[in-house]
Design a protein around this ligand. Sequence first.
Ligand code: 5GP
Ligand code: ZN
Length: 114
Amino acid sequence: MSDCLFCRIIDRKIPAKIVYEDERAVAIEDIHPQSPTHLLVIPRQHLPSLLEAQAGDEALLGHLFLVAAQLARERGLDSKGYRTVINTGSGAGQTVFHLHVHVLGGRPFHWPPG
Ligand code: 5GP
Ligand code: ZN
């Protein structure tokens, strides 16, 4: 989708710090990090949000979380814990309507989240 920010990043039309990529997913550093580590794991396939995910996307969704866990492990976040977040809909804080998993780590996190 030419008007989607993350599709444009994936297509290298907009620069981003890409930290991982494979045939199904790309991970980038968030431009406004909310913690010392703040990555976004993004499917290459344009899905606006989790709302649009269907049964056929089951493997892709699992893959996004495995990539998130791998990146967290590589950054040494596993010992102190890290947070994975998907904001779905503007009421939940979603601002970019291309599904992505936030991977946040490097500081304490509280519950409930804001
Ligand atoms: P959301 O609010 O949709 O859950 O998350 C979108 C995230 O994308 C935000 O954390 C925001 O900082 C990040 N973001 C927005 N624009 C850009 C950009 O141009 N480049 C990068 N790397 N991240 C972005
Ligand atoms: Zn997109």
